[in-house]
Design a protein around this ligand. Sequence first.
Ligand code: 4AD
Ligand code: MG
Length: 474
Amino acid sequence: MDLLKIKDIYASPDINKNVNIGGWVRAFRANKFIELNDGSTIKNMQCVISDSSIDEEIIKKITVGSSLKIKGNLIKSIGKGQSFEIQILSIEILGESDPDQYPIQPKKHSFEFLREQAHLRIRTSTFSSVMRIRSKLAFGIHDFFNTNGFNYIHTPIITSSDAEGAGEMFKVTTLNEDQINSKETDYSKDFFGKKTSLTVSGQLEAETYALGLGNVYTFGPTFRAENSNTSRHASEFWMIEPEMAFYNLDDNMDLAESFLKYLLQYILDTCSDDLTFLDERLKKEESQKPKIERSELNLIEKIKFTINNKFVRITYSEAFEILRNSNYNKKKKFKYLIDEWGCDFQSEHERFLVEKHFKSPVIIYDYPSSIKAFYMRLNSDEKTVRAMDVLFPGIGEIIGGSQREERLDVLNKRIHEMGIDEKELWWYLDLRKYGTVPHSGFGLGFERIVMFCTGMQNIRDVIPYPRTPKNASF
Ligand code: 4AD
Ligand code: MG
């Protein structure tokens, strides 16, 4: 491979040397200046056609969206906006692109429009920045766990257990339509001989490995058939789920906080060009909003603020009192009013606590057992469980986790109360029979941390090909 990456040229420019690059044309001005981007960085390379040695026929084919290989001399630039440029010696057109048809024009496109061009939107500055940050975040995650002695495990994607007990699973079957449509579907005839689905979480399997390996984590796709068309829910999303033997809820919260802060610092350290670009983009967007709607901190300030401040930790009951006594509640500004202990918080309540009341990330813990999953450890009040949710500004819940119920009798009681089929969970219950230990874990929604780091407001814009209700294009 004789092509240099534009990123590497910027990192150590070898002035007056010959270079070869390949990329896509972002702009072409005055039949002379080509802005080429190869995806390695937000920065384009200005390539200049300096004499008549380039064939007219070739110049005609240089259009926005076309792909080129350029050979040239890297020289100091006297023009504004770049300190060096490539003086072109030869151009090879790899792929032409009809400028009248190419959907990605050098102008501002709406994100809605670009979602319909999801196969081409990666050639815009915004999406390439978002996806480079997404990639770095994934490495940051592995880096954190690897450095801290966690084992990376791969939990199954096809499963017969509903980990969250919420019944929001996509069926996996090879039965034909007739076999499924009949009243009593006989899943013993199905491929796996039983009812199976795509996983909603790798947690239960991760628990089994934590109780043998100590500290483990999963990082994989999860699937939820919940019909919620919001800007923060996807039907297919990626989740990071660490699970730690001997951890109680405080240890769990400490790990979640230091993990998030590590990731944010990792992105500040490794993605400064992309962050700066997205920061500027958001500033422009904010400046068009009325003053009272503008956010107080810009993107990079928000990331730094989160790293430098301790997350507020309050119990559900404390959060409930704050919300109930808030002016928002009294003046009925909430869509769902807070009046009875035990209600689930909606995203409007979470955002009130984080954005208006504390102006800081908040961890709420000790939730009512009635609104949480069966596996969470029951407190001595027998009303609340050792659950925790980490809430972030602009996002709401970014992490959900808990200390797990390690006592067989208590867990059995909970499973019966919730009407869960214990036969399906025999292996999960075995963990409590043979060498049980206190243990804890949590799940971080990968797309939600990407949203926080990039300032993107819709989950559909931080995953290459979003799957949401009524949408599985591409
Ligand atoms: O709170 P959740 O449902 O927790 C679990 O699944 C646990 N088994 C995790 C654990 O303890 N190991 O989901 C965890 C996180 C949420 O906080 C949210 O960030 C993200 O996953 N999440 C979603 N992200 C995008 N689209 C959806 N539909 C999501 N549902 C949850
Ligand atoms: Mg949750």
